[in-house]
Design a protein around this ligand. Structure first.
Ligand code: ARG
Length: 566
């Protein structure tokens, strides 16, 4: 596209033979205010080589620089060479490209032929889906969409926590205090209750723990009754999880959870033995990581049962064989950083060269009005409650603003859920986020509803105009600073998407969308669009349409819907 620095560097290169084009490119700066042009060359760096004052160099360059359609003017001011680009050509190029590429604007094919596995969401069976899982779900889903937009083939895996000693406890709890009917009715909440009760009672009666261990051992040995109960707990939990995924519009390519690897661990343990990596320690089997300043990675417990890390290693090997991934990305809370570091190291010690392609994407905690949202002591804030509340509140706002809106319930769902996801993706993922209803649902703040509302506003202008908008428009009529600023912002989208992918950071897109919505609204509030002058109207509509395209492409990348009316 119209890369301003590239164009300036190209025209300077023949005049400054001591520097190559790339180093000139790097020397260029974006001036702090528009009176100093769009790009500037500071001549101080040249003055050493040429042994001349910067101001003199700037004057000489100015005299010799050839005329170009790309520049409106060039000025030499106090040692800087300031380039003012041809704004109308710039707008023409940028807007023309967006209108041509449409839903593909910002997309790329750099990932063609490559597979990326993204492991995200991964709630635990019989435990609530809480806001911590929301972060994993929204970040993972956004990364999925971003990589896909860059041409990669993505495989989204929901590595459910569906195996482990806790199921032994749950079976004991169920057998002692469970009520099948109530569990069918109340689902995970009921399972949680009996699970919490198990812990209170086991404090008084430790034999309960032995019973639980025995039941888990039965599960591991394929006992029919144990597995039937486990499957039932799993079905009940999945029903609830899927309800949330449906609300959020999220899908997975695989639901292979921890239990999927039960029959694949034996081979891993054999391999670890063969490679001389396993060591006994107090009856357990470990991989010693002392040399790497890490605690040992536990592979088998004293009683021979496997662990979270064992299953992760088996899963990684399985995924490499099954999907031949270019990268395998794990999205979890930062609290699990050591776990990933440890078993990534084990895979490396197993001499798999693809160990370097395993990536942990950590994120910070979520709090609600400053309160930490922990699972313990039953003080959980369930994601489903949050989503429902967001939808209700959005519906209230719509009722107040636009009570006759058609399909308002569905739009309230799209915007309510969008508000929650957007807020979750607003800050750098590693930062802790605090959740405040007033902030996330504000139609005028830096929020999902604000961006969606701006998108709908663009849609409604286009609908009202009801005319064909394409790249045949006269960009010379778009000569205001708001129009130029909007075009400059629109042009940034493709590089922001690449940056979001490289940094595994969806917040780059979220923040970009706020900037774009603001630039559009400044334009919209300053200029009438549906004016009588045909050429001017068509030109402004071209800006509106390219904004609509870019907002929609960006919203989809972070997993938000793009309602056309609100
Ligand atoms: N179930 C785990 C949790 O809730 C997350 C699993 C993440 N994925 C993985 N392969 N370890 O914390």
């Amino acid at each position: 596209m119209f890369d301003v620095k590239e164009i300036v560097a190209n025209s300077l290169a023949p005049l400054i033979p001591s520097f190559n084009k790339n180093s000139l490119y790097d020397m260029l700066e974006y001036p702090p205010n528009p009176e100093m042009g769009d790009v500037a060359l500071p001549c101080f760096k040249l003055s050493k080589v040429y042994k001349k004052a910067p101001a003199l160099i700037a004057d000489e360059l100015l005299k010799n620089i050839p005329q170009s359609e790309y520049f409106e003017k060039v000025e030499a001011v106090s040692g800087y060479l300031n380039f003012f680009i041809n704004k109308s050509l710039f707008i023409k190029t940028v807007i023309g490209e967006i209108l041509d590429k449409d839903t593909k604007y910002g997309a790329s094919d750099i990932g063609n032929g490559k597979n990326v596995v993204i492991d995200y969401s991964a709630p635990n069976i019989a435990k609530p889906f809480h806001v911590g899982h929301l972060r994993s779900t929204s970040i993972g889903n956004a990364l999925y969409k971003i990589f896909e937009f860059m041409g990669y083939n993505c495989i989204g895996v929901n590595h459910l926590g569906d195996w482990g000693t806790q199921f032994g406890k749950l079976i004991v709890a169920y057998k002692k205090w469970g009520d099948a009917k109530r569990i069918e009715q109340n689902g995970i909440k009921e399972l949680m209750d009996i699970y919490v009760r198990f812990h209170t009672e086991a404090e008084k009666d430790p034999t309960l723990d032995d019973e639980a261990r025995a039941w888990f051992a039965k599960m591991e040995h394929g006992d029919e009754e144990a597995l039937k109960l486990w499957q039932w707990f799993k079905d009940i939990s999945l029903k609830e999880f899927k309800r949330i995924y449906d609300l959020m519009g999220i899908k997975f390519d695989s639901y292979a959870g921890e239990s999927f690897y039960n029959d694949k661990m034996e081979a891993v343990i054999e391999e670890l033995k063969e490679k001389d990596l396993l060591k006994e320690s107090q009856g357990a089997m470990i991989v010693d990581l002392d040399e790497y300043d890490m605690p040992p990675c536990m592979i088998l417990k004293k009683d021979g049962s496997s662990l979270y890390a064992t299953r992760d290693i088996a899963a990684a090997i399985y995924r490499k064989n099954e999907y031949n991934f270019d990268k395998c990305i794990y999205v979890t809370a930062a609290a699990q950083a050591l776990h990933f570091k440890q078993w990534f190291k084990v895979v490396e010690l197993m001499e798999y060269d693809w160990a370097k392609d395993l990536v942990h994407v950590p994120f910070g905690l979520v709090s609600l009005g400053g309160e930490k949202l922990a699972t313990r002591k039953g003080k959980v804030v369930l994601l489903e409650d949050i989503l429902n509340k967001a939808m209700e509140k959005t519906l209230e706002t719509i009722e107040a603003k636009n009570p006759n809106l058609e399909g308002k319930e569905e739009i309230a769902r799209e915007m309510g859920v969008g508000a929650v996801i957007f807020s979750d993706l607003s800050a750098n993922r590693i930062k802790d986020v605090s959740f405040s209803w007033d902030e996330i649902l504000n139609f005028d703040g830096e929020t999902g509803p604000y961006v969606q509302y701006t998108h709908a506003r663009a849609c409604s202008v286009l609908k009202k105009a009801d005319e064909e908008v394409n790249s045949a428009f006269n960009s010379e009529l778009l000569d205001s600073k708001e129009e130029y600023q909007l075009a400059k912002t629109l042009k940034l989208f493709p590089e922001r998407v690449i940056q979001a992918m490289e940094d595994l950071e969806p917040s780059i897109i979220t923040r970009y969308l706020v900037d774009l919505a603001q630039a559009f609204n400044r334009f919209y509030n300053t200029h009438s669009i549906l004016v009588d002058d045909n050429d001017l109207r068509t030109a402004r509509l071209a800006m509106v349409k390219s904004t609509k395209i870019t907002l929609a492409n960006g919203l989809k990348l972070i997993g938000l819907s793009t309602p056309e009316r609100v």
